[in-house]
Design a protein around this ligand. Structure first.
Ligand code: ZN
Length: 388
């Protein structure tokens, strides 16, 4: 049996070596996940690896970049929860929830008319490492910044990263046929216009309805040299009592049941990355990250306070506790002051009406821009003071 498997993987490796000459992104023609079998049909062969992870049990298929959003929904038959998207430059991941402890019994890729990767599973909790590592070139770990970015001092345009929450396979909250992902993208574009008119530079972490992993969002912001990042959300929460805008900063624990619910909702996306990537890096890298965060955290807190000030000034309705801390992965960039703004709750009818109203949104955009500018001015003054 083992010899047969080795032979199988040797054959896979041969197929894949030839496939690595392809540079174009593969598209998805079909995904079928049944109880003990996964089949993915791609437009072309790609390097790949497959493994199972526990807590919760899930099957992970990593490939060189595949455009998972290209799948025709009618060709996707997956009975359990699943996610797919880019995990880092050049690599994507498909994650399918499993009903319980399972292990990969065999996995292979066939090429012909299309390319099919088939994974067969059986019950059990066997080794969980990748079965076919020879087809997988590990990407270098994401660069950890070792020196803080030069702080803005007001002598150049401010670079604002706007992060429309969710997207692609992850629509976020859904009410009355509206999705949080679409509403936040529209609002990010409107806010971007207001900021651009005021002379600032803006980068969006996603331009369309696509999935971007939580850490990928800070990577986009960092690549653009962002001075700050605002993640935009309007989640729905259980109970329906919550209303008004809230600004979150990163904290080691969740400040309230509300923060815990929202952080947990967003943490589902972390499953895509898998535990080994969530706090990647060796001990030295970890210490550098902590040091950078210690510098960045007070600036993020000041940004959150300034935003609450801006919203207050524009008479935007705030939640009874508008400033909360939570364990949000998207806020973990060690070098960019980052906050998460819940514009309101899609589970609250009045908030939902507001978010759907063009007048309210333009008032909100101006209030946020005012908050950002108030922060930037104070932050620049402090940077100059520290320099002297
Ligand atoms: Zn959200």
């Amino acid at each position: 049996m083992i010899r047969a498997l080795l032979f199988l993987f040797a054959m896979c490796a041969g197929t894949v070596a030839a496939a690595q000459e392809f540079n174009a992104r593969a598209t998805v023609e079909a995904i079928r996940a049944e109880e003990d079998r996964l089949a993915v049909v791609l437009s072309q062969p790609v390097p790949w690896r497959v493994f199972v992870e526990a807590d919760p049990w899930r099957l992970v298929l990593d490939t060189s970049e595949v455009d998972w959003s290209s799948a025709d929904p009618t060709a996707v038959v997956v009975e359990t929860d699943w996610r797919a998207g880019r995990i880092r430059a050049g690599w994507s991941r498909l994650m399918v929830e499993l009903p319980g402890p399972m292990q990969v019994s065999q996995a292979w890729m066939e090429t012909g008319d299309g390319t099919t990767i088939t994974v067969e599973l059986e019950e059990g909790a066997g080794p969980t490492g990748p079965l076919n590592p020879q087809t997988w070139e590990a990407a270098p770990p994401e660069e950890v910044p070792t020196t803080p970015r030069p702080r803005q001092t007001g002598d150049r345009p401010l670079v604002v990263a706007l992060d429309p929450g969710h997207g692609g396979v992850d629509p976020g909250a859904e009410r009355n046929g509206l999705t949080e992902a679409a509403l936040m993208l529209r609002f990010a574009r409107e806010l971007s216009e207001v900021l651009t008119r005021r002379g600032h530079d803006v980068v969006l972490t996603r331009e369309g309805d696509e999935f971007v992993g939580l850490r990928g969002r800070s990577t986009v912001a960092r690549a653009a040299g962002a001075d700050l990042m605002i993640s935009l959300h309007a989640d729905a929460v259980a109970g329906g009592g919550a209303e008004g805008a809230t600004v979150y900063t990163l904290s080691p624990g969740n400040d309230s049941a509300l923060a815990a619910e929202i952080a947990q909702r967003h943490a589902r996306d972390d499953l895509l990355l898998g535990v080994e990537d969530v706090e990647a890096g060796d001990e030295i890298a970890r210490i550098l990250v902590e040091l950078a965060r210690a510098e960045t955290a007070p600036r993020a807190n000041a940004l959150a306070d300034a935003l609450v000030g801006g919203l207050n000034g524009a008479a935007i309705r705030l939640h009874k506790r508008p400033r909360l801390g939570g364990k949000f992965t998207v806020l973990k960039a060690p070098d960019i002051p980052s906050v998460l703004l819940e514009l309101g709750f899609m589970s609250n009818p009045r908030d939902l009406d507001n978010i759907a109203s063009v007048d309210w949104r333009s008032r909100m955009a101006v209030a946020i821009a005012d908050g950002i500018e108030a922060w930037a001015e104070a932050d620049a003054a402090e940077a100059l003071r520290l320099r002297r």
